[in-house]
Design a protein around this ligand. Structure first.
Ligand code: CO
Length: 152
């Protein structure tokens, strides 16, 4: 495993649409292991592949006892609403307190072996999943902030 460099805001790779994963195996496993290690070292609760320079639909989320590997994730169900704090390892020193997300989501995705999974997430885990899945479509959390509310 290795720590990878986290791409910072301003790099155009963070604004690109990622391609689906079509090949499962050692390369993907390495990427997932490196992403988890990189996320934990940076004290984050989620990381998406474009944040380490890889334009593939892969994200990891770790919060409390929950660790998720989301490959080709699609949110298929949303319920409720939560308004709260968000930051991003690619956007250091900026955060927002009023990012609106669903309270609960159901996500169809693959695991690292290519097996289809349906994962239900709530609260902070749902928030992190939505944030990371947005990264796969080039969306950053502050895109949702209306003028002047982004704190430094
Ligand atoms: Co982020």
């Amino acid at each position: 495993m290795a720590i990878r460099n986290i791409v910072k805001d301003g790099d155009e790779i963070l604004r690109k649409i990622c391609r689906p994963v079509d090949s499962f195996g050692a390369k993907l496993n390495n990427l997932l292991d490196d992403m988890r290690e990189t996320m934990l070292k940076a004290d984050g609760c989620g990381l998406a592949a474009p944040q380490v320079g890889i334009l593939r639909r892969v994200a990891v989320v770790e919060y409390g006892d929950t660790y998720l590997e989301l490959i080709n994730p699609v949110i298929v169900y949303r319920e409720g609403e939560q308004i709260g704090y968000e930051g991003c390892l690619s956007v250091p020193n900026k955060s927002a307190d009023d990012i609106v997300r669903p309270m609960t989501v159901k996500i169809e995705h693959c695991d690292r072996n290519g097996k289809k999974q349906l994962t239900t997430a709530s609260g902070m885990v749902a928030r992190a999943c939505c944030h990371e899945i947005d990264h796969l479509d080039g969306i950053l959390f502050y895109d949702y902030v209306k003028g002047g509310k982004l704190s430094k």
